[in-house]
Design a protein around this ligand. Structure first.
Ligand code: TYM
Length: 498
């Protein structure tokens, strides 16, 4: 409903959304089909596609220096080369901008004339740490040299309590899945962790490190993804303030999580709790994230993020911004959308892992009953005890999809996720089992799945300098990207900047 209102408010509709959808519908490789089922693209013949692919690959090569100073850029080049095998011109324009389309055209002309098209490309900046650079335009870059923009993914987990199977299957496992095909930014959202009020500082410090270590132990690769702590990138707080002045309070008061938590907190409810989804919107919009892997419980916050982005674009983007002439700080021409409207990515299985003590409520960190969740760092004994005591039912056999049997659905899904089997395989193996036979099997599967993660976690925690290095490097890259967006937003809103 909020989205449709935002769309109505925009006189220009929502061009960013339209072009993303248009593009998604044409990309048939490297796209997660859980969120955007790909359709076979129908434009251009095989020769045309090969030619476009070659030209874009060439443009990408020119944008990715081989001097070791731009790891992210090289990753972008490699993935884009693969992805572009099936891209049309409009898709290329959306993803890489007019400059790459110009490269493609120039390549087409030079191929036809037998000569070589001349292309001016600017190298992509390196980070101050001497590590990876980012695929963002330099401020003041010439139009001809606008670098490529690879699709981005951003997500985060709050460092409160222990990370459980819901956080892991609903979000973190998908961080790993997406890091190969996207520029990935995964943060530990410590600013969100204090919104409940009266937090324990020592606990926050420990939990921030633990959460980051779990990302890495679960398979997030710091050579592919930027792992960082939210508060190490001050732009999150500043953009949150700017968005606070755009988001109507009524939108926030409607958030289910706010209503539930506020009811529990009573008079003590903090302003931060109400503002929580605006900070989340800032997290996402700063990185111009195309995709945001989250569990089902966060989808309403994602809708709000989309609405806020749409409102910023309609209030401050487009003609109003363009009329002020000249370039935005990022080097792009003023006008068009200020912020990119993101998509949620929620897995079909694991998007909502339920409590062990009540198959109708979601597994949650805030449930006072420790037995309601399995934590990623639980010992084998703890896991065995929790599964032994978990709620079951009195039906014969086990099944998916019976609304009267939420526990059967949930425990079979956890088994499926831990073993990597299909539903059919799970049913063939366990469909006729009794709970007494299934529970030990589930216990073994969970322990077996978590044990290598726990092993890697212990290694990471034994080397604090390594973790600190990863988080510092991640924050350097994140600051670089976030500041570019923030400067453009300030510009669109009319703040003087030198
Ligand atoms: P948090 O810390 O509550 O949860 C982290 C992630 O885990 C998912 N999740 C679940 N998925 C499946 N089943 C469950 N039972 C379950 N419980 C939690 C959540 O959906 C989430 O993806 N607001 C966010 C943190 C955040 C964020 C962001 C996320 C802040 N900024 C920007 C994405 C992008 C939250 O409270 O997550």
């Amino acid at each position: 409903m909020l989205l449709s209102r935002a769309r109505r408010q925009s006189p220009r509709g929502d061009p960013a959304r339209e072009s993303v959808d248009d593009c998604n519908s044409k990309i048939t490789k490297s796209e997660p089909n859980d969120v955007t089922p790909s359709r076979a693209h129908t434009h251009g013949d095989a020769n045309e596609r090969r030619m476009l692919s070659k030209a874009v690959a060439r443009a990408m090569m020119l944008r990715a220096p081989t001097d070791g100073g731009s790891r992210i850029a090289r990753m972008a080049a490699a993935t884009n080369q693969r992805r572009n095998a099936t891209m049309t011109t409009s898709c290329i324009r959306h993803q890489f901008g007019d400059d790459v389309v110009r490269v493609v055209d120039s390549h087409r002309r030079s191929t036809m004339s037998g000569g070589r098209g001349r292309v001016a490309m600017r190298s992509i900046s390196s980070s101050s740490s001497g590590g990876s650079g980012v695929t963002e335009p330099d401020a003041g870059a010439a139009t001809e040299s606008k670098p490529a923009r690879r699709k981005r993914v951003l997500s985060g987990v709050q460092p409160t309590g222990s990370i459980h199977l819901g956080n892991y299957f609903g979000a973190i496992k998908n961080y790993v899945k997406l890091q190969d095909d996207y520029d990935a930014f995964y943060c530990v959202v410590d600013l969100h962790a204090i919104t409940a009020g009266g937090h324990d500082p020592a606990g926050l410090e420990a939990s921030t490190k633990t959460s980051a270590a779990i990302y890495l132990a679960a398979g997030v690769d710091p050579d592919k993804a930027n792992v960082f702590v939210q508060s190490h990138v001050p732009a999150h707080s500043e953009l949150c303030w700017l968005l606070n002045c755009v988001a109507p309070i009524g939108w926030l008061e409607k958030m289910i999580q706010f209503k539930e938590k506020a009811r529990k907190a009573g008079e003590e409810v903090s302003v931060g709790l109400l503002d929580y989804p605006v900070l989340m919107a800032a997290d996402i919009l700063l990185y111009k994230a195309d995709l945001v892997p989250v569990g089902e419980d966060q989808r309403q916050h994602l809708e709000l993020t989309r609405d806020i982005a749409g409102r910023v674009n309609s209030l401050y983007g487009g003609k109003k911004w363009k009329k002020r002439k000249g370039k935005a700080p990022s080097g792009r021409s003023r006008g068009g959308d200020v912020l990119l409207v993101p998509e949620a990515f929620t897995p079909k299985e694991g998007g909502r892992v339920m409590s062990l003590t009540d198959g109708a409520s979601k597994m949650s960190k805030s449930n006072p009953a420790e037995g309601s969740r399995i934590n990623v760092l639980d010992t084998p004994d703890e896991i065995a005890k929790k599964i032994k005591r978990c709620k079951t039912d009195a039906f014969e056999g086990l099944e998916f999809g019976n609304a009267e049997r939420p526990e059967s659905q949930n425990l079979l899904t956890i088994y499926q996720l831990c073993t990597g089997m299909t539903q059919e395989e799970v049913l063939a193996e366990c469909g006729s089992m009794r709970w007494g036979d299934f529970k030990p099997r589930l216990t073994d599967a969970v322990i077996e799945h978590l044990s290598p993660i726990q092993g890697r976690y212990n290694e990471i925690m034994a080397d604090p300098a390594y973790l600190e290095g990863v988080l510092k490097r991640g924050a350097d890259n994140a600051n670089e990207v976030a500041n570019i967006t923030l400067r453009d937003v300030r510009d669109a809103l009319g703040f003087v900047q030198y």
